[in-house]
Write a protein that binds this ligand. Structure first.
Ligand SMILES: *Cc1c(COP(=O)(O)O)cnc(C)c1O
Length: 447
């Protein structure tokens, strides 16, 4: 029996209405190499979305492969409570050096949602340890996404994922998003961000005594539709969080490791959060790993005699897995050795040039870019910015067309985007842009 049928008989895929696969092909992949994925029929696809935003330097990267292979011969895993290992110590030293100042402590987990849970729990627990147990609430942004576990889902705001589970979720506060400037018909990203910040400032002023933390995705709300915003918002937010004694959690799970043009998005606002959550690109897309970085004051608030019961007693079985840490170290080596952040500036310009003509497309409302992320928003009416009804699933048509043409371009609703591995060539970027253009032509013709 062929692998597709064997899969359909026993699997239940993530984020999928399985009935779709009565019509949509499921694509088993036999091997990956660089930017390419190859299926069992030998058809190849450019991985334009880095396999859900995790891959940085291509599939089967020789340097990361070698590092993981070497580690495999030494130690595959060890409990991290009471024990340690070299890769995790080396990785922590490097992350402390690379991340914004004041982040001096690394707490590990094994996926992005778990990192968000850690940050939320730590923030709440800090205030409790400091004798302010009434600071229990979290503020997040409209259209934000922080993962799928119940705590992470509660601070998110993508209705498609959240609404069904609303009765299960803790109560949180939502502030208007600084992104979506285009949809509101505002001309200046900066003015819009400043204007939107006023509601956040008012909320902080009013509720500070009950607030533990504000959580944001710096610069790009990815799952919410690659919605981008001006860094001034982060600057203003950092100042206000300081003023009102509320923690700032930066969820850079998707945008970290160069996606926005700088190694971390927070750098563009020149701020340091109280918690920085990292995962996805952390291991170059090889293995599940996540980390929450925080500062010395946070750490000291938990540091005491055991019997005071102030410790952070949170754990996951695979926390800090050595193979994953080695993949992460090899990934950081590549950033250094290949001067990646600087070279990406050229590549980002290519991405911009290649997609520019889409701006004139009658059904493209906006082409927006932040570093190595380009998003193309399809609209029903260009002048009024009226979106296509979601039920029409126009993005899915682009997806199917792109697969036929050899590209994995999984959309977010009506938003088509490129978030490619950094080893993509200019020629491949143009190839993707052509496929996207033709796909959008096809998906937006009259039904
Ligand atoms: C993907 C993502 C998460 C969740 O990470 P998982 O590893 O999928 O649990 C959290 N926050 C952001 C911003 C993400 O993009």
């Amino acid at each position: 029996m062929d692998i597709t049928q064997r899969d359909i008989d026993v699997l239940w895929h993530p984020c999928t209405q399985m009935k779709d696969h009565e019509k949509l092909p499921l694509i088993p992949i036999r091997r990956g190499e660089g930017v390419w994925l190859e299926d069992f029929a030998g058809q190849r696809y450019i991985d334009a979305i880095s396999s859900w935003w995790v891959n940085l330097f291509g599939h089967a990267n020789p340097r990361i492969n070698a590092a993981v292979r070497e580690q495999l011969e030494q130690l595959e895993h060890v409990i991290l409570a009471g024990f340690s290992h070299e890769p995790i110590v080396a990785l922590s030293e490097r992350l402390v050096k690379l991340t914004p100042k004041n982040l001096t402590r690394c707490f590990y987990a094994d996926n992005g949602s778990a990192a968000v849970e850690v940050a939320l729990k730590m923030s709440f627990h800090y205030w409790r340890n400091q004798g302010q147990p009434e600071k229990t609430q979290f503020v997040s942004l409209q259209d934000s996404y922080h993962g799928e576990t119940l705590g992470a889902l509660a601070v998110g705001d993508v209705a498609l994922y959240k609404e069904t589970y609303a009765p299960l979720l803790m109560h949180t506060l939502t502030a208007p998003s600084p992104a979506g400037c285009y949809a509101k018909g505002e001309a200046s990203y900066e003015d819009y961000a400043r204007q939107q910040f006023e509601s956040m400032a008012a909320l902080l002023e009013k509720k500070a005594s009950q607030l533990a933390a504000v959580i944001v995705e710096p610069l790009v709300q990815c799952a919410g539709g690659m919605r981008m915003y001006h860094p001034v918002y982060l600057k203003l937010l950092r100042e206000a969080c300081d003023e009102y004694h509320v923690h700032l959690i930066a969820d850079e799970i998707a945008v970290g490791f160069g996606r926005t043009g700088t190694l971390f998005a927070c750098e563009q606002a020149d701020i340091s959060p109280d918690f920085l959550c990292l995962s996805k690109g952390l291991t170059g897309g090889y293995l599940p790993l996540s980390v929450v970085l925080t500062g010395e004051e946070m750490y000291q608030a938990f540091y005491d005699d055991y019997t005071t019961l102030r410790a952070f007693l949170h754990s996951h079985s695979y926390t800090g897995n050595p193979l994953a840490c080695r993949a992460a170290l090899a990934t950081l080596d590549i950033f250094d050795e290949d001067n990646v952040i600087e070279n990406n500036r050229t590549l980002a310009r290519v991405m911009s040039d290649a997609t520019r003509s889409l701006e004139d497309h009658p059904h493209v409302g906006e082409v927006r870019q932040q570093g190595m992320i380009v998003a193309i928003e399809m609209v029903k009416d260009k002048a009024s910015r009226e979106p296509y009804p979601w039920q029409e699933r126009r993005g899915l048509e682009v997806y199917q067309y792109a697969l036929e043409k050899g590209a994995l371009l999984r959309p977010l609703g009506n938003v088509i985007y490129f978030m490619p591995p950094y080893i993509i060539t200019p020629k491949q970027v143009y190839q993707l842009a052509n496929i996207a253009h033709a796909g959008i032509d096809r998906a937006t013709r009259e039904l």
